[in-house]
Design a protein. Structure first.
Length: 76
């Protein structure tokens, strides 16, 4: 399992990319969203992004990490 601060950044990045909508036609955004979803799944030992987000949020909360991170920090 990845460190909670890394999970927090990945969740924030995924949410930022998902805000563009599931039907985004920009291939760059689609690819980045898919890559981030894959990384979240691998980092949490899951196979589905919904499960990955649930597990990541639980790990973040259990570690006492802040729930949100600034978008600028998420892409670092």
């Amino acid at each position: 399992m990845a460190h909670p601060s890394m999970l927090r950044k990945l969740v924030a990045r995924y949410e930022e990319l998902a805000a563009h909508g599931a039907e985004s036609v920009d291939p760059k955004i689609v690819r980045q969203r898919e890559d981030t979803a894959y990384t979240l799944c691998v980092s949490t030992g899951t196979r589905d992004i919904r499960d990955a987000l649930r597990v990541a949020r639980h790990a973040i909360a259990a570690a006492g990490e802040p729930a949100a991170v600034a978008a600028a920090s998420a892409s670092a």
